[in-house]
Design a protein around this ligand. Sequence first.
Ligand code: FMN
Length: 152
Amino acid sequence: MKVLIVYYTKYGNTEKVAKLIAEGITSVEGNEVIVKFVKDVKLKEAASCDLILFGSPVHFGRHVGAIKKFINKIPNSQLKVNTYAVFDTYILTDFEKGVKSMEQQVSEVMPDLTKASSGLSIKVEGTGMSKGPITSVDLPKCKEFGIKLAQK
Ligand SMILES: Cc1cc2nc3c(=O)[nH]c(=O)nc-3n(C[C@H](O)[C@H](O)[C@H](O)COP(=O)(O)O)c2cc1C
């Protein structure tokens, strides 16, 4: 399975989640993963993949504008994908707010794209515009999520 993981990060936590998910996916034989910061993805050069993952921190109760813009551009690009899944990072009580807003957007922009799995929402420590780190309870969930995706 060919997988593309596209993430945004301000302080590095969502990037860490993306890399741990990638580690989980590649730990299962026969999988290939590319992990990219959203602003480094060249849609003109992108070809096809079996699964795309979108990852975003929760900012103001939803996913960030850079990921939103990226999702909007996919239908008119060279990038061909079959399935998707999403992940977010959040603080306090905003569990799955980014997951839900990304899934909502993807279902509107690409109604034919199949959801490979329910989303992953990872809590980071702190309050306000928190720099994390990822809570110790949620840290192991990242690689596990990748392994489960790879076994589907
Ligand atoms: C401008 C800004 C707005 C934020 N708004 C929220 C929010 O509404 N809900 C929430 O749970 N976390 C919020 N946060 C905390 C982020 O979720 C947290 O900084 C992020 O998960 C860390 O991920 P990163 O290291 O990948 O940037 C906000 C952070 C910033 C910088």
